[in-house]
Design a protein around this ligand. Sequence first.
Ligand code: SF4
Ligand code: SF4
Length: 265
Amino acid sequence: MTLPNPGRKPRVAVHKFSSCDGCQLALLGLGEDLLQLSTLVEFVHFAEAGPVDPGAEVDIAFVEGSIGTAADMERIREVRAKSRFLVAIGACATSGGLQALRNLAGGQAWIRAVYPRPAYVDCLATSTAVSRHVQVDFELWGCPVSSRQVTVALRALLSGVQPVEERDKVCMECKRSQMVCVMVARGLPCMGPVTRAGCGALCPGIGRDCYACYGPAENANAEALARRMEASGIPSAAVGRRFLSINSASPPFFAAGIGRMDSHD
Ligand code: SF4
Ligand code: SF4
C-alpha cells in the first residue's frame, strides 16, 4: 500500500457486521492514544466513536464481525469496493466467530425453537469469515483483538508496508516470558500449542489454560494435541468441544473437533 496524496491524512473506516463490538473496543480502549492517532488519520466512519459515513471511500477499512445475513453479504461487497486496504479484525471476521457454531447445529431449526416468531429473524444458515466473500488484505485474529495488534498494523500501513503476520504459537510467548507451562506442570488442557500468538500468553500468565481465542497458528497440529488431551484422560467429546468453540470454522480446529463431538468415550 502506498500513502495517499500528500496534503491529506489517510482516511480510515471501522465497520461492524455480525459481532459483539468487542474488537472496536480495542481501538476505543486506546484512550488518549486514540486522540494522538486521530492527528495521523481521519476517522470518517467509526459509529461507536462518533463519525458515521458508511459509504465513504477510504484508504483503510477495519471490518469487525462475520457475514451472517443477506444484508451483510451485500454490504461487505460495498465496503470492499470503497476501501483500498481491508483489514478483518477479530474471530468473527477471520473465522466466523462463536456464532459459526450454528453452522454445525442447524441454525434455522434453532431459530424456530427459540423465537416465537422466527420469520422476524433474518439471518443466513451460516456465519462465515469476511474472506469467504471478498478479498481481505490482512487479518488480525483474536476474540477480541488487542489494542497493540491494531496499532502495530495501522502503523505499518501508515508507513507504506504490509503488516507482519503473527506466525508463532502461544507456547513461544510463554517461553519468552519464562512462564511455567500449565499443561506440563498442572495437566491443564491448554490450546497454546496450536494457537496463534499475539496476546502475550495472557491466560497461562494468570495460571489458566489457553482456549484458543486467537485461532489456529501456522502449521497447527491440532490432531496431535487432541490425542495428547485424550491420552491425559479428557473425554473425546470434551476435547472436541475445545476445538469447536470460538474459532470452530477454522479448518484445523474443525477437522480435529468435528469427529469427536458424538463420541461417548
Ligand atoms: S502453558 Fe500452554 S501456551 Fe504456555 S507453554 Fe504450556 S502449553 Fe504452551
Ligand atoms: S492465552 Fe489463548 S485464550 Fe487466552 S487470550 Fe491468549 S489466545 Fe486467547
